[in-house]
Design a protein. Structure first.
Length: 345
């Protein structure tokens, strides 16, 4: 007797590689409409949170050859971007890179491997190795020698990317959103009808009329005898919607705070006191300073080496400063109404 070894398909190493791309984190054997839907919600939330995280900072004074969007995405995904001058193209660039070689006593890389824009005599396979700029050891070098150094722009003091925050909270929020979807759909049908196989079609028609929102459902023929049906209560509680929505809002606020974005708790029925708002702002400000000061330190070195006036600040801080300046100007004009008249004379 011949045995067909192909009757049962077995997994291959290639299946394990492509499974995460085709089926997310759930695997090909566990894929269903529910998990696919939750995975889609997590992807949507991940995109929104990534946009918010990459748009937290406002860069000014960067050369036209440096894209602030790409710069922030490098910091978000890799925690590092390398600022250097490409002498083959005579352009200042901020690109992807990584530490190369050994670290000094301050745990700073002594050189960096960057993604070069093209092949050159001093690059190999599109990668270029550049020595890192050091204020102490490079203080006596000429301006041209300093400009041949690489300046790292770190995302924070720990030099770790922030995408782990987005990934964790995107999946956590997706679970809450999917639960709210399921509960809201079950709220339309809080009971399950149980019947025999002979009445299956009739029960399906009743369920469809309930979904369609029919005001009156007529029972004719054998359906008039309700003894053949049994009902299972799903125990849907209306108060669970509010509790889960509040929990979902708290998770969202936690994520915003960890990204340094203001997010006051608005779920409380009473008004927030000043101390509660101030406590949340203090936490968000601490996260901001960790991310902002790492970028500002890189700006100092860039301006020192290349003679630029690069600066960075939080988008919210820039907006608040503009509003304060405008309010101050209006207050000054209101306090001295004859100032404009005198200038006209």
């Amino acid at each position: 007797m011949e045995i067909n070894h192909m009757s049962k398909k077995r997994g291959t190493p290639a299946d394990a590689i492509y499974a995460s791309h085709m089926f997310g984190n759930y695997g090909s054997f566990n894929a269903n409409s529910g998990t696919i839907r939750e995975s889609a919600i997590a992807a949507m939330l991940g995109r929104i949170l990534t946009d918010l995280a990459a748009n937290r900072f406002k860069w000014d004074g960067l050369p036209e050859s440096v894209d602030p969007r790409f710069l922030e995405l490098c910091l978000f995904y890799n925690g590092l971007s390398i600022f250097y001058k490409d002498f083959n193209y005579d352009k200042l660039l901020a690109v992807k890179g990584a530490g190369f070689g050994y670290n000094n006593v301050l745990d700073n890389p002594t050189s960096f491997s960057v993604v070069a824009p093209g092949q050159s005599s001093d690059s190999q396979f599109g990668y270029l190795t550049i020595s890192a700029y050091n204020r102490v050891s490079d203080s006596d070098k000429t301006a041209e020698e300093k400009q041949r150094k690489a300046i790292p722009i770190w995302a924070n003091y720990l030099r770790k990317p922030d995408h782990d925050i987005v990934n964790i909270y995107a999946t956590r929020l997706a679970t809450a959103d999917r639960t709210l979807e399921i509960n809201s759909k079950n709220a339309r049908r809080t009971k399950v009808i149980k019947g025999s196989q002979q009445t299956n079609l009739s029960l399906v028609n009743i369920a469809r009329q309930v979904d369609a929102g029919e005001e009156l459902i007529q029972l004719t023929g054998p359906l008039q005898d309700m003894d053949f049906m049994d009902v299972l209560d799903l125990g849907i509680d209306g108060e669970s919607f509010d509790k889960l929505s509040i929990l979902r809002g708290r998770w969202w606020n936690e994520c915003m705070t960890l990204l340094g974005i203001d997010a006051a708790n608005q779920d409380k029925k009473e008004r927030l006191v000043v101390a509660e708002v101030g406590a949340n702002d203090s936490q968000a400000d601490s996260i901001r300073f960790v991310n902002l000061q790492a970028r500002q330190f890189a700006c100092e070195q860039i301006n020192e080496v290349f003679g630029l006036e690069v600066s960075v600040d939080y988008n919210i801080e820039v907006e608040q400063k503009a509003q304060m300046a405008e309010a101050q100007a209006q207050a000054t004009a209101a306090s001295d109404p004859h100032k404009d008249e005198g200038s006209e004379e």
